[in-house]
Design a protein around this ligand. Structure first.
Ligand code: URA
Length: 421
């Protein structure tokens, strides 16, 4: 094969053959096909698309670029993947809950980039907790505790690692077949037998409209089926942050509240809904996750899961050096709290990173003290901004200001903000 022929074929709207796809992914991973050629091919895919058989083959080639874990475990394995949102800490309560219900949850996760947080960044706020585990450690913890949330090993789908970084800088992220194959190559390589996908839609999500989210969900489920992984997808709204906490330690604290029987109702509801989907796939549909959550068993499993990775679940979480309180400028009803704006604010406070290798502040984030539909009173706290770098507050405030609207008692919507501290 010559890379230029594969590029020309896709540029001209032709279907790529299995052999072309297998060759080009392998050659790219080995450095035989260069970044400039792969970028041209990725752009041709963005513009021309791939059908479901091509997408499944593309995914298979990315899986074959590395190792596929085989997680033999006495319990059925089932994983969850979210396409990413603001305040989406659902993995934290969900993995131990589903494990406490009798399934095994291997969840290999990533770090955050931009306005959406990463599960590993959140868990790393727990003193002592370690994200990097070997394949043997993952298997042993899965057998013993039933839940592992850790970093994807570099040997899983290395072609995706390289290609995703290239897409990020060449305007080629936004393609359903490329996104779906990227997500599924990592999930299938990690070895879970079943998978539930939480496809987010709305301002804080990758997919801004329901139609786009539905296309992505369909593609993800088709790839799972083609590779023998039982896959279901749910579409959930990401117009407003999940829960009250957006950041790292603040999200861990909220997840622990849920595991101890409290927490915001939207976080509890989504955790239970995804648990039901996962248990149904695992053949444990008769177990009631709400009962297991209320019994405290999910919290016990959480503590074991954190300890198994060197963390201390009882240790105080990091506190920020600086807390800035924003007060409501008006009395009325909070009519809008935009996920994207809150995510950007948390990121600017230090909770997220702009470049792949930037550090994050474990204590940084935003607490939303009111949610859409809540009544707010002029002069009462609306947000708490947490950061170790007080100068970041002035960068975060405009994003928050644009993110929320208070409907005044007397007339229409107005800006929600008073400068507070
Ligand atoms: N997440 C991924 O893992 N890959 C993409 O291409 C987009 C989002």
């Amino acid at each position: 094969f010559a890379a230029v022929d594969v590029i020309r074929a896709k540029r001209d709207g032709l279907r790529l053959t299995d052999e072309q796809i297998g060759w080009v992914i392998d050659a790219y991973t080995r450095g035989v096909v260069g970044d400039e050629q792969m970028a041209a091919l990725a752009m041709a895919v963005v513009l021309r698309g791939m059908d479901s058989a091509e997408t499944a083959r593309w995914t298979g080639a990315m899986i074959d670029s590395g190792e596929r874990l085989s997680l033999t475990c006495s319990r059925p394995t089932v994983d969850k993947h979210s396409t990413g949102g603001v305040g989406d800490k659902i993995t934290l309560p969900l993995a131990p809950l589903v494990a406490a219900c009798g399934a095994a949850v291997p969840q290999l996760s990533g770090r955050g980039l931009g306005h959406t947080g990463g599960t590993l960044d959140k868990l790393e706020a727990i003193p002592g907790w370690r994200a990097e585990l070997s394949a043997d450690e993952i298997a042993a913890q899965l057998d013993d505790v039933g839940a592992v949330v850790c970093a994807a090993t570099p040997t899983l789908a290395p072609a995706d690692r390289k290609l995703y970084a290239l897409r990020d800088v060449t305007g080629t992220v936004e393609s359903v077949p490329l996104i779906a194959s990227s997500i599924m190559s990592k999930k299938i390589a990690e070895g879970a037998g079943r998978l539930v996908l939480d496809v987010k839609t709305g301002s804080g999500a990758f997919m801004k409209t329901r139609a786009q989210a539905r296309d992505l969900a369909t593609s993800l489920v088709e790839i799972g089926a083609a590779h023998g992984v039982a896959t279901t997808a749910v579409l959930t709204a990401m117009d407003t942050p999940l829960g009250a906490a957006v950041g790292n330690a603040v999200e861990v604290a909220e997840a622990v509240e849920v595991l101890r029987g409290g927490g915001p109702s939207d976080v509890v509801e989504l955790t239970l809904a995804l648990a039901r989907e996962m248990l149904a796939l695992a053949g444990l549909g008769d177990v009631d996750p709400a009962r297991v959550l209320a019994s405290g068993q999910a919290y016990e499993t959480w503590c074991r899961m954190i300890r198994a990775q060197g963390g201390d679940p009882e240790a105080p979480l990091p506190r920020p050096a600086h807390v800035h309180v924003v007060e409501a400028a008006e009395s009325g009803t909070l009519t809008r709290l935009d996920a994207y704006g809150v995510g950007v604010a948390a990121w600017r406070l230090g909770a997220g990173r702009a470049r792949k290798d930037d550090p994050v502040q474990p204590a940084a984030g935003v607490l939303c003290l009111a949610k859409p539909g809540d009544r707010v009173e002029r002069g009462r706290p609306l947000f708490e901004l947490h950061t170790d770098t007080p100068e970041a507050v002035s960068a975060a405030l405009p994003a928050l200001e644009a993110a929320c609207t208070i409907g005044r008692d007397s007339d229409g919507d107005d800006s929600a903000f008073a400068a507070g501290d």
